[in-house]
Design a protein around this ligand. Structure first.
Ligand SMILES: *Cc1c(COP(=O)(O)O)cnc(C)c1O
Length: 229
């Protein structure tokens, strides 16, 4: 069960987040249009997502293939121009479904997944936008390519698997200020000539925008606190 979302309130909340993104971008001398809000709708049901679609939001993030496959096809019939982004870990055996369902995948974090995605993209003739996830905090339990290995990994994705890499993504450690991690990711992306930067969540998306984020992934600030699973 998720909490009920009031459409009028949702409209105001969305407008407020967009205006905060706008202000952060301007403050950094960036074009606000260069930042995409990815509304993270994981754990929320279709009836809670609909008001956000009705308020005009069209880019959404989910962290599980199965959950997204359950609720999005029906929503997309009504809102056909919706873009769906996978932001959570992807198992190799779900690559087929992920390639057919998602327009972007932010969690390319290992060689075997690159192989599986390349194969499925070839087969399906669909090319979701890809971000390589970087473990900027070098946390043992966290997914992602180590910062020092990112350049070689991106090169292999391009040269060996023919993948177009749009950018880098990170999830900073929970117990550290996010700014230095965002700065590190931005620096890596610049070095590799990558334009996309998926970074920043509810607590720190303005910092991320100031440091160059092109995609901020905002969940709870938009939908309210997620129900415990
Ligand atoms: C859940 C999630 C988010 C959104 O987090 P909030 O703090 O609710 O904004 C962003 N990115 C990833 C990878 C997530 O899993």
């Amino acid at each position: 069960m998720s909490q009920k979302i009031d459409p009028k309130r949702e409209h105001a909340v969305l407008a407020e987040i967009l205006s905060r993104i706008d202000a952060a971008a301007r403050e950094a001398g960036r074009d606000p249009a260069s930042v995409t809000l990815v509304a993270v709708s994981k754990t929320y049901e279709a009836e809670d997502i609909r008001p956000v679609l009705e308020a005009g939001q069209r880019v959404f993030g989910e962290n599980r293939v199965q959950e997204a496959a359950g609720k999005w096809p029906a929503l997309r019939e009504r809102f056909a121009d919706t873009e769906l982004h996978l932001i959570g870990p992807l198992q190799t055996n779900k690559a087929r479904e992920a390639v057919s369902l998602f327009d972007a995948i932010h969690s390319l974090d290992r060689e075997r997944l690159a192989v599986a995605l390349a194969k499925e993209m070839e087969k399906q003739g669909r090319r979701p936008t890809l971000f390589v996830q970087v473990n900027t905090g070098e946390e043992e339990q966290k997914a992602g390519i180590a910062p020092g290995e990112t350049e070689a990994f991106v090169a292999r994705c391009r040269e060996e698997y023919g993948l177009d890499i749009a950018g880098l993504m990170c999830i900073p450690p929970f117990d550290e200020p996010a700014g230095p991690h965002f700065a590190l990711l931005a620096k890596l992306a610049r070095k590799l000539g990558l334009k996309g930067l998926s970074m920043g969540m509810s607590a720190d998306f303005e910092t991320a925008v100031k440091l160059g984020a092109t995609h901020v992934r905002v969940g709870s600030a938009l939908f309210g606190t997620r129900p415990k699973p």
